[in-house]
Ligand binder design. Sequence first.
Ligand code: ADP
Ligand code: MG
Length: 363
Amino acid sequence: MTFTYTASDGRRFRVRRQAVIPCVLCAAALLFGSCARQVLPPQTTLVMNTVCTINLFEAGTQELYDTIAQRLTEIDAAFNAHDPASLLSAVNAAAGTAPVRVNGDLLAVIEAALSFARLTGGAFDPSIGPLVRLWNIGSEHPRVPAPHETAAAAQLVNYQNVIVDRAAGTVFLTQKGMSLDLGGIAKGYAADEIVRILKQAQVPSALIDLGGNIYAYGKKAGGAPWKIGIKNPFDTSATPAAALSAVNKTIVTSGVYERYFIEDGVRYHHLIDPHTGYPAQNGTVSVTIAADSSLNADALSTAVFILGAQKGFELLSSAFPDTGAAIITDDRRIYMNQPFLDLLDHVSPEFAREPPQNQAHAR
Ligand code: ADP
Ligand code: MG
């Protein structure tokens, strides 16, 4: 039995699916103490610069896991800013020189990233590449750059100088030295692409975890919602700061604990304010977004982090009123909007619960 999977750029793939009837027979066989088909364990791969774990439970055939892994590898190959052979690197290498033809994945994500840049007045900016490279956070050799270096790199960051020609399928960075970095949105796109595969394969339930970018797809076997914990930013090994009940929701967090280094007692993290050229310092330590679209959630978690609590909640209530958000601040308060409260299970007593209106406390 096969199904056709259509990628978002229109290409079609044929994949063999485990027939439903054998699964039913298998359940019947189990009653008699034997079953031909074993449930495969969750599959973990190192891709997109992070650990990706997919759990398809009973629906997990090796073929389906392989289809997903291939798709992740394909997205990574196009989007990886660190790989000189990637399509994204080709766009960056031609900055100030020529437009570059890209594939449907890259075109879709760059266009989406630019719309978030416009919506946030450049707080989220996919042309953040020169600053990401300068700080080099998450690499073996991060460093605090000199102020003249941050100023020079920040000058190159401007989403208005990214020209997309949809008809020609090209992207052009108008200034030499510019570069795109899609680390704030690519994993969300990838999670949505996996969901697209799961829908077409009629998988009933799955848990997708792309380096903390979660998609809780369907319900747990038996019909209960998934329980998703939100890391305690002050101690990621401690009990979660909060927990949600989720059905068909993506839960994405941007936090200061993800990638950072400490120099002279100061923590420099990977969420960079394009306007200052420095890691955003606004009292926020993590932003969790709960939404239907993982691409939106990924971009919004980064964007709201940079914007800070007040402007972040304003953006959400005006442009994404159904999107849940929880912002944890360095004084151990957690600010939650109504769509987030609708999913909330509990908050750890270590944190003071605040409505978004109280964000005046937050800087
Ligand atoms: P992660 O899950 O890797 O922590 P996030 O979604 O939190 O990713 O986004 C952080 C990444 O986004 C950074 O590593 C960098 O690649 C990119 N980035 C950093 N600052 C910005 C910004 N202001 N706008 C867009 N992208 C950014
Ligand atoms: Mg993000």
